[in-house]
Design a protein around this ligand. Structure first.
Ligand SMILES: NC(=O)C1=CN([C@@H]2O[C@H](COP(=O)(O)OP(=O)(O)OC[C@H]3O[C@@H](n4cnc5c(N)ncnc54)[C@H](O)[C@@H]3O)[C@@H](O)[C@H]2O)[C@@H](O)CC1
Ligand SMILES: [K+]
Length: 524
């Protein structure tokens, strides 16, 4: 499913009205109907005491349509308008005039003195204060109302997006409603899917409010939920070579876990042959713990990292490989960092660069730009900051924009890891991944992503699809680990353990609950 920015949604709205003649009133009617359907699914309507808070824009207009529909279903409706109703215009104004003629309670809210008690007495709250028109921090009366709603403990349905969430970033502008459920209109907005906005939505529903497919499936939207095509069937006559050969250039004297997790994750995710080029001094220890991996011992620097003198042999070996991963646990030793630069500049096979490998390239974008074979970088937020020169706060405030800019500039696919990992491609496409959980925020999990992506490529997917599939399956393995063990205390080793089950589910079909979660908002 595509995901839209606020401006794209406005353009879609205009196109629906101007090109297709779907009047604004019809769109608003559909939005209100979708909200009503979601409320009906939450609890019976008749007799329910519903408090609806309406702002003065079209989000408030949607709330007024809902008020009318709930009234006709015998709910006890109280509408509070936040501001002077004379400022309503267009379809919202029309709906205000209709509601004025109905025998339901509607008034302008000027103070919150009795609101806590009224919230206590109601059954359900509807948040129609602000939608995509939110343009600045919330303060004053609106802020007080939102705090009272959040403290009420009542079920809250937010229309379009919880009021206070920025539709383009998912960031909170001042304060925001914590909804039990949200029904978003047209398409989900970026702010519905990125944290913290995503968590504030509660259960997320979407109504296309009858937008033609030409609008909702427009390729130019360029942001979509991560939903890569299936893996090609496994070759029943295949041997280890058929399922890909991957070379991992990883590890240092003090980083023994990263190379192990990376090289093993390739095999656990279905890859055929995993070679690990790692300092010769740590090979004896690692080989005890990763017997399935073939080791390529490397000469070391004084600090115990991979020395630059390994360059020629590594290049020769890499020429016979299907995929290379460089960086996990490599250290910041200047020789190893130089080695990364020289290998990345010369290797002409598909390449994944992670961790210390990314650090090596931060100041040398031209090395990435000049590569001819496809490249994927897998930074976490801190590495993304180093890579782009933006601060972590700046990235959090515009993840999609900065990711898109960096992928285009570096001519590389970039996986920005975190809750709802993002994948950006050089041509501007962004995928939002919905698998995974907070238990994956622990040391070593990034290493297990590298081999999972390599395996998806070696199992036959095109490069970008393989990156997307690797991210999805890695999150799935994390979700399976969390289901079995809980999010507290699950480790990278547990993700390794669940990768085979994740692959099995990928081939045989996901359990319905996970399939639903990964596909995004529930359609209304
Ligand atoms: N596809 C669409 O675009 C459709 C949109 N609809 C609804 O329309 C909404 C967008 O409507 P609008 O553009 O009118 O915007 P909103 O209804 O979100 O609110 C805009 C109003 O709030 C004011 N405002 C913004 N930030 C404020 C702040 N921090 N404090 C106080 N006032 C603030 C603005 O000045 C403006 O008056 C959507 O979220 C959706 O709910 C639906 O009616 C159906 C069709
Ligand atoms: K809202």
């Amino acid at each position: 499913m595509n995901v839209s920015t606020v401006n794209q949604m406005r353009a879609m709205d205009r196109a629906a009205i101007e090109q297709y003649g779907i009047a604004e009133e019809l769109l608003m009617e559909n939005a209100g109907q979708a909200a009503c359907t979601v409320l009906q699914s939450m609890a019976p309507i008749a007799g329910r005491r519903v408090l609806i808070f309406c702002g003065l824009g079209n989000n408030g207009g949607d709330g007024l349509v809902l008020a009318r529909k709930l009234h006709s279903l015998s709910a006890k409706v109280q509408v509070y308008l936040l501001g002077d109703p004379n400022r309503f215009t267009g379809a919202a104004r029309l709906n205000l005039d209709i509601v004025r003629r109905l025998p339901l309670n509607m008034s302008q809210l000027n103070a919150c003195d009795t609101l806590a008690d009224e919230l206590t007495d109601c059954d359900t709250v509807v948040d129609a204060l602000f939608g995509t028109g939110l343009s600045r921090e919330i303060s004053g009366l609106q802020e007080q109302v939102i705090e009272l709603i959040n403290n009420s403990g009542k079920p809250v349905l937010s229309l379009d997006i919880p009021s206070g969430v920025d539709g383009d970033t998912g960031q909170i502008l001042g304060t925001a409603v914590q909804a039990t459920a949200t029904v978003t209109f047209g398409l989900p907005k970026i702010g519905n899917l990125l944290y913290p906005g995503f968590a504030l939505c509660g259960t997320l529903h979407v109504s296309h409010i009858s937008f033609p497919l030409a609008l909702t499936e427009d390729k130019q939207l360029q942001v979509a939920i991560n939903h890569p095509p299936p893996l090609p069937p496994r070759d029943v006559t295949g041997h280890k070579g058929s399922f890909g050969q991957a070379l991992f250039i990883a590890g240092a004297a003090s980083y023994l876990g990263a190379p192990r997790f990376a090289a093993l994750s390739f095999l656990k995710a279905g890859g055929g042959y995993s070679r690990l080029a790692t300092p010769e001094t740590i090979v004896p220890y690692l080989s005890m713990q990763a017997g399935e991996v073939v080791f390529v011992p490397q000469l070391t620097t004084h600090s115990g990292s991979i020395a630059l003198s390994n360059r020629a042999a590594l290049l020769e070996l890499a020429a016979s490989q299907d995929f290379a991963v460089i960086g996990p646990g490599l250290s910041l030793d200047p020789q190893s960092q130089q080695l990364v630069c020289e290998l990345v500049a010369t290797l002409d096979i598909p390449l994944l660069i992670d961790a210390d490998g990314i650090s090596a390239l931060c100041a040398k974008p031209e090395i990435l730009q000049q590569r001819t074979a496809p490249t994927v970088l897998t930074p976490h937020l801190g590495e993304m900051a180093r890579l782009t020169g933006y601060s972590i706060t700046e990235i959090e405030q515009d993840k999609i924009g900065i990711l898109r800019q960096a992928a285009a500039k570096l001519q590389a696919v970039i996986v920005l890891k975190g809750p709802h990992t993002l994948i950006g491609t050089p041509d501007g496409q962004i995928f939002i991944n919905l698998s995974g959980n907070s238990g994956m925020g622990s040391a070593g999990t990034g290493d297990t992503l590298t081999g999972t992506i390599a395996a998806a490529f070696c199992l036959g997917l095109p490069f970008v699809d393989a990156v997307c599939k690797g991210v999805l399956l890695h999150g799935l393995a994390g979700d399976l680990a969390a289901e079995a063990l809980g999010e507290d205390g699950m480790t990278a080793g547990d993700i390794l353990d669940y990768l085979p089950t994740a692959l099995q589910m990928e081939r045989n079909g996901l359990p319905a609950s996970l399939a639903l979660r990964y596909s995004g908002p529930l359609p209304v």
